[in-house]
Write a protein that binds this ligand. Sequence first.
Ligand SMILES: Nc1nc2c(ncn2[C@@H]2O[C@H](COP(=O)(O)OP(=O)(O)OP(=O)(O)O)[C@@H](O)[C@H]2O)c(=O)[nH]1
Ligand SMILES: [Mg+2]
Length: 327
Amino acid sequence: MTRPARPAGDLAGLVERATQGQARAIGKLITLIENDGTAVRELAALLAPYTGRAYVVGLTGPPGVGKSTMTSAIVAVMRERDARVGVLAVDPSSPFSGGALLGDRIRMQAHALDDRVHIRSMATRGHLGGLAVAVPQALRVFDAAGCDVVLVETVGVGQSEIDIVRQADTTLVLSAPGLGDAIQAAKAGILEIADIFVVNKADRPGAEIVVKDLRHMQSLGGRHSAPGAWRPPIIETVAEDGPEGRGLRQLVDTIERHGERLRTSGDLQDARGARARSEIEALAVAALRRGLASGAGQTPLAELGEEVAAGRLDPYSAADRLVAALR
Ligand SMILES: Nc1nc2c(ncn2[C@@H]2O[C@H](COP(=O)(O)OP(=O)(O)OP(=O)(O)O)[C@@H](O)[C@H]2O)c(=O)[nH]1
Ligand SMILES: [Mg+2]
């Protein structure tokens, strides 16, 4: 069941090559994160000193809205500005079966020969610890590889996708004419997480209705309604036309402006601290659970259960004793 321990030197060598921006090493590390739960701990320790620099931009929105096309166009604009860019496409099902991903591959081929662009996809199913563990680590690989910006694309349909987008410093929520109304997105909790609204496919009829709906939604309040708060701009784009497309440079300017604002206000540091805290908490809770499971019989849980059931002890005190016993 457990894999043989990977020699430490091997992993350290891979990390070193990744920090030099070597694409193969970056790819191998991300594969490792997906498949080898035993290596992640050591990998995290090796990566840590190289991290904390990359700016993470999340893109979410319903299927077909143009996230991948937009990602590619943003990459192109950022390359004009000489940034090193990473792309993590988190696919809701399998990364290798969907036709959409094949399309993405073709689209991304424009960047395939650029050694300052790193592109990887990750499946939401079938790897250890789930995306909650895998995505932050994958982002750290890109960060350590010297990426100035990492773009994370997810389909905004469920809670786990929203959790992924929460890893981003700036979140773009995409909509487009003909893809269902903004009310649906509001119900799914997607609107709340937007720092910038992008109305893509502005070359199609109905874009102005989507803009109007979003404006109306914004007027109803939310976390951005406090005085002085960042009010998410609404930007119309035509991602299909690439970096020259309508709104593309304006969008990248706005991402940069949002980043500046977060940096100068201290909100960037606060938000990253909060994210790290919840990551630590999730790992600690998982460790406690593992401790409980592996120590079954040795922990006082069974006895405590009897005590609480019989009314001789309250559950809070019992929990305190259990935590103390696991230390
Ligand atoms: N007319 C028009 N079509 C666009 C635009 N941007 C993207 N498309 C088209 O919309 C379709 C879907 O684009 P994708 O980029 O694959 O959309 P996506 O959101 O990544 O889709 P999923 O990954 O499947 O959720 C493709 O056929 C694109 O060519 C645009 O600005 N205008
Ligand atoms: Mg896509």
